[in-house]
Ligand binder design. Structure first.
Ligand code: PEP
Ligand code: MG
Length: 573
């Protein structure tokens, strides 16, 4: 195909890359079925392949750890655990014993896992299917004696196009040679996307349209900021993108100055800037940018991608590891927030017509008390190894906090009796993310030690707009004056009652809102690790007087559109 065309997808790794297309098409492997004379020998062949796979994968993982960090290496390393998983081995070995070839047995067993993951409701688990496909491909190549495709030595200025690219393929890419990645499948939470970000290779994933209808050698611009790829760009488009690339590089460089710095306003007032984390990897990344702690640890990560709930020991070790990564800085651990769009098959959650208004967060925990107690015990025990505080999600009534606190006190008693150490003064806070928690903030201040405003949910509950429904996505906006008045109300209520308030929803990370949040009196922001530097910079650009002037005008407006346009015009970056 010739002539300029643009394909759109998901912005999975930021940056702008110029290069020449290299189209990668996976070759079909042919039939995997064949006559097996001796299942015992076949089993031996399989075990030899597993051994080689583990050895090669370990080398790859160590290389990634060295280049991009241990957590990124673990993404590759998890395939070793998968192939050695007793359920997986049992499946493959059982099929071989029944007379199947090792290739057919492995492929069928992998399909089983791929089907389970693909059917999951949450995006993260669905993305794990790609890891199993990756493992299957590598194992089959070993068993069939086919060579691995070598992605490590591509020509400088290569833009890699494929339907899907496995995490192990991305892990060997050299960012000096690969200008960008464009894939038909995958999303921002896929392991390939995480690795592309770690390697700083611009990437667009989940591209609608036919990625593979491209000629190798065609010029491509990958826009990992906006989530699109431009093929055979016109000279005008090239100039636009050359300028955007320059701006992006300047912005990246200007943000580097803020790594490890304290967060202060234009006048030098100290502001706490914490990070949201959904994994140990996030906590490590946040520590790398420098932050005042973890303002929101989403504990759901421990419960995903598995067939039974994590035990007390496993949870304890994970929380302790994150507390250690923060080296004495505070970690706000949120109790399990399932329900809504997060359903875990093994928890026996009942399908609800309106799950976002259903048995979510604290409501679920109070129903499943044994599970909640185990969860709290793990957090309490971890609290002896750093500075922790606990946070309850989806609270709508003061009574829920009283009940949760009573259970917490009982678990503290039981630990005390067994001489197991924990932090006696562990604070317990509530997420302000329902309208009732917001309006009743003065009452909640009597039972909670602190507030954390979850603007992602607050926005949907205030506006009556489902946060995950694309048909009403244009109505979902924290720039709406009603949402802003709610946020202001919680902050003022916090000041009146002497309760610490932080904001951990996405609104805290939007630098167009920084002057408003500062003027409302916000002293604690909690944002995704990638937003730490932009927000630190934005805060440094505002003085109280300037922020107040902008806030006064914005808060006198009546529509979302007016406020958004006005704030975007006045945004400082
Ligand atoms: C929120 O609702 O703003 C929030 C931070 O929590 P989550 O996005 O996990 O629901
Ligand atoms: Mg929420």
């Amino acid at each position: 195909m010739t002539g300029e065309r643009v394909l759109y997808g998901v912005a999975a790794s930021p940056g702008i890359g110029f290069g020449h297309a290299l189209v990668y098409k996976e070759k079909p492997m042919g039939s995997l079925e064949r006559e097996v004379a001796d299942p015992k020998l076949e089993l031996e062949r399989y075990h030899n392949a597993v051994e080689t796979f583990c050895r090669v994968t370990r080398i790859k993982a160590d290389r990634v750890s060295e280049m991009a960090g241990k957590d990124q290496g673990d993404i590759i390393r998890c395939q070793i655990a998968m192939i050695q998983d007793p359920y997986m081995s049992g499946q493959v070995e059982g099929r071989i014993a029944m007379g199947q070839s090792a290739e057919a047995a492995l492929s069928a067993s992998c399909d089983l896992f791929i089907d389970i993951f693909t059917a999951a409701e949450d995006e993260l688990t669905r993305q794990r299917a790609a890891d199993v496909r990756d493992l299957r491909g590598s194992m089959l190549r070993l068993l069939l004696g086919l060579p691995e495709v070598d992605f490590s030595a591509l020509q400088p200025g290569t833009v890699l196009l494929a339907e899907e690219l496995s995490p192990s393929a991305v892990s060997v890419l050299n960012s000096a040679n690969v200008a960008g990645i464009v894939l038909g499948k995958g999303g921002p939470t896929s392991h390939s996307a995480i690795l592309a970000r770690a390697l700083e290779i611009p990437a667009v994933l989940g591209v609608e349209g036919r990625v593979l209808d491209t000629s190798t050698g065609e010029t491509v611009i990958v826009d990992g900021n906006r989530g699109c790829a431009v093929f055979s760009p016109s000279p005008e488009m090239r100039t636009v993108y050359e300028n955007r690339q320059k701006d992006f590089q300047q912005l990246r460089a200007s943000l580097r100055v803020f790594v490890g710095q304290e967060t202060r306003t234009g006048e030098g007032e100290r502001i706490q800037l914490e990070a949201n984390a959904g994994s140990v990897m996030d906590a490590n990344r946040a520590a790398g940018y420098g932050c005042d702690g973890i303002g929101l640890l989403r504990t759901e990560f421990l419960y995903l991608d598995r067939t039974s709930q994590p035990g007390e020991e496993e949870q304890f070790h994970a929380y302790r590891q994150i507390l250690a990564a923060m080296r004495g800085k505070r970690v706000t651990i949120r109790t399990l927030d399932v329900g809504g769009d997060k359903n875990l098959p093994y928890l026996g959650q009942i399908k609800e017509d309106n799950p976002f208004l259903g048995c979510r967060g604290i409501r679920f925990s109070l129903r499943e008390e044994d599970m909640f107690r185990l969860h709290l015990r793990a957090m309490l025990r971890a609290s002896a190894y750093g500075k922790a505080q606990l946070l309850l999600p989806m609270v709508s009534d003061v009574e829920e906090v009283r009940q949760a606190r009573a259970i917490l006190e009982e678990e503290k008693d039981s630990l005390r009796r067994r001489n197991i150490p924990f932090d006696e003064d562990l604070p317990l806070g509530v997420m302000v993310e329902t309208v009732s928690a917001c309006l009743m903030a003065d009452a909640f201040a009597k039972v909670a030690d602190f507030f954390s405003v979850g603007t992602n949910d607050l926005t949907q509950y205030v506006l009556g707009v489902d946060r995950g429904n694309a048909r009403v996505a244009q109505l979902y906006s924290y720039f709406h004056p009603a949402v802003l008045r709610m946020i202001r109300h919680v902050l003022h209520s916090g000041q009146e009652t002497g309760t610490q308030v932080s904001i951990c929803g996405e609104a805290a990370a939007d630098t167009a809102l920084t002057p408003l949040l500062l003027s409302f009196g916000l002293k604690r922001f909690s944002v995704a690790p990638v937003a730490l530097l932009p927000v630190r910079k934005a805060i440094s650009l505002w003085t109280r007087e300037e922020a107040q002037a902008v806030t006064q005008e914005a808060m006198s407006m009546e529509t979302e559109e007016e406020v958004r346009q006005f704030l975007l015009q006045h945004e400082k970056k």
